[in-house]
Ligand binder design. Sequence first.
Ligand code: TRP
Length: 462
Amino acid sequence: MTQQRKSVHGSWSNRLAFVLAATGSAVGLGNIWKFPYIAGENGGGAFVLVYLVCIGLIGIPIMMAEVMLGRRGRQSPINTMRTLAAEANAHPAWRWLGWAGVIAGFLILSYYSVIAGWALAYVFRSMAGVFDGATADGVGSIFTQLTEDPERLLAWHTIFMVMTMVVVARGVKSGLEQAVRFLVPALFVLLIMLDGYAMASGAFQQGLDFLFTPDFSKITANGVLIAMGHSFFTLSLGMGAIMVYGSYLPDRTSVARTSIIIALLDTLVALLAGMAIFPLVFSNGLEPGSGPGLIFQTLPIAFGHMTGGDLFGTLFFVLLVFAAWTSAISLIEPAVAWLVENKGMTRVHASVYAGAATWGMGLVTILSFSHWSDFHPLSFISIFEKYTVFDLLDYLTANIMLPLGGLAIAIFSAWVMRRQDSVQELDMGDGPAYRLWHFLVCYVTPVAVVVVFLNVTGIVEF
Ligand code: TRP
């Protein structure tokens, strides 16, 4: 542990606060919105298996590495990387890792906020009883009415960005810690209830089979990359979000145990969401591969038919908004921390600048669902044939930038940082646990990322 450095932004009140904040960052739209639809698009079981393996072998070790680097550097990821590179006598260019993270966070938040806007819109639709007795067709048209209307999307996106910037301006500690404390348990309870409903829906077994019976003929090289990219996305890794949260972490905390808890909670939420959604997909004759609208076109059917569905639906979408909110904050925190450290801004100013830029970038995503819905800029590359600008933005960030960020973090922690420093900072001795971690970040992550990339480009095939 380094007693000499202190974060200028303050620190978490205790370990629980960090666990809650990091869990809040990890659990978000990625688990409930994205995981089911990408699992559906990529054939189910085999995809889920690859994703789980990536969480265990890459996600948890990289999360430990990020927390460790953040806590040792105690600054925004850009300055943390600069400080730690100097400490290890490495090239100052390592600070570019921090920059890449800021850019990735900015791009991700720009579309994340638009999707969170859908969830906000659905809070009010559920409340108004719009889904009562709804059929799959009815729910489908409610969804397209929303997404094909750029003005409405803009309004919800604006509201969500303002909500995010208000919390960020006040600092991560006040507000955020409190919100997550009740959010995560409540989300669990609601998801379990939805699973109960799905169990009674008649197609529960079919849903489970789809999710948990791997059929490797259904997964492509690109599917493997998407599963790996998602393991970074869902744990908020590869861009400095967990690093910056780690920089506010009190000294004596078990990094390993904390990371494992966070990863388990996150995975559980994703699996519970998948188990609620796929039975409904099958019992209503919907397509598992129907894309980003999947949860918005399935769950409302359940809410429309259960007793008290308006109330549960409202509650569910409120929780989804909260989950997205606590994640969004972490996407912008590295940029805000940097503006405060290097540009001498107050948190309020920094939040306004960073938020306004992200808001503007969000227009690209909004248009992707309406005026640009037939615009496929990279259609000459076969895997991107049907990709809209939003799809490409998501692909670039989640499947390229985050794994590359993770690769760089792995190389830095295992190959550049002095071993004695990582031993000291991880604080679990030099025994088998440390060696396992070191082996995973030293070899497994780099090799996995490189092989998966090469495999997608067709240079190597396995
Ligand atoms: N993990 C969040 C989710 O699953 C999204 C997120 C928050 C994120 N912070 C991040 C993704 C940092 C990548 C990097 O919804």
